[in-house]
Design a protein around this ligand. Sequence first.
Ligand code: AHR
Length: 505
Amino acid sequence: MKAFVTAHSAYEIAPIDDRIYGAFLEHLGRAIYTGIFEPGHPAADADGMRADVMELVRELNPPLVRYPGGNFVSAYNWEDGVGPRASRPTRLDLAWHTSESNAFGTHEFTAWCKRAGTAPMLAINLGSRGLEAARNFVEYVNGPLGSAWGDLRKAHGHPEPFGVKYWCLGNEMDGPWQIGQKTADEYGRLAAEVAKAMRAFDKSLELVVCGSSSSDMPGFPEWERIVLEHTYDVIDHISLHMYVTPENTSLANYLALNQKLERYIGSVAAVIETVRAKRRSKRRVTISFDEWNVWYPSRLPDRAVLAGEAGWPHAPRLHEDVYDVADMLQVGCIINSFIRRADIVKIACIAQLVNVIAPIMTEPGGPTWRQTIFHPYHLASTFGRGTALKLAMTCPAYDAEAALEVPWLDIAGVRDAAGGFVTVFAINRNPDEALELCLELTGFGTLALADHRTLASNDLSASNSMTHPDAVTPRQGGGARLDACRLTASLPPLSYHMLRLRTAG
Ligand code: AHR
């Protein structure tokens, strides 16, 4: 099986916004407690932040991290998570039926972000609360001294404003599971007023309005239209969420699901354009794909907690999915989709970052390790920054449930900002046949193959664990050849490749 791909230095999609390599941390299960924060752990610093986890987060290098939810935020009182720890209340978290000690809150999160070298993206509760709490929160976080909220922040030990730029106006507000679910009109009106107030405080904030919880929601994409008609002039991004699952479908269908994700992006882009045209607006709203990943709905040993049969445990094990090789390929394909839609997707957050449906796992009191999905995310975050290239491709294809004519090859190309490298991320989705890739590169000058890393395994169900943390890990690729401007490589069935070419002249 052969795939012919052409790249030309003059054919670009758009600059890739680094923020597509963002991540998400929620007060859910062990994401925070015994995830990033575990006082008393041998690797914890004086503030209880696990340095071993921090090191892996730094490897992934997410430019921003969304927090504190997710569903959790829709009944969260931000005031509970600030001030002396001893007087912070323990609350019942209605989203996940657990207890929230509030030992970790806004100060701890922003300090963690600083140490991790990432920017905080804070979500506001527009479920159980509204304009007043949102306004107070943003003033507490970013307000000057000499104002009541700024002075309170100082009294809590942080005179300097935190300077948080990115704000999500609620979370999945169309979802029947959401505390404070709203209709599109109710939410659109509220979000518009909250955005107006936040902008009155600081015009430079970047605001994200909730889209549908997924493209499978009955209200999609009408929800987007209505919400955008209310908010278009005062927000910057609309959120998309999508979790894919390999359950109840074939491998080929599963690995085609990023085509559904791309159609979702295309539909929302069209709604944005429609509303923009109706409003005769020059403003360009873009997409924040702030929750995406693989999720196994049936793998719930934690069902009793979610059903409320286990009381109100603090930081139980919830949604600790173990990812295999197929999931790793899937994550590579999804990130390729974001690169191909660099024109409209400006933020994306893998959901989540630690322990909960996550690339990084921890054991309380024990080690941390990288799941299989860590690796394609890491390679893309490291080598996938710059400008997305427009690639032309001919490749055998198949019909899947999610889309017709899905090419067996999934590929994205990037030129780095300095123009010294062209990198391609290529996945052979075919379970049976190797794919002979032939990539013609025109106008890039003299090329040299600088790196080839591959991710694959003979065992598709292989995964990493505490005892075998490196069962699946990138290896140096072999067999790729560069002949002047033509790169050829044989991509074995179900394999991922990062091919990096140095350009000169
Ligand atoms: O990431 C887990 C949950 O999935 C989030 O809390 C919610 O926003 C989504 O439904």
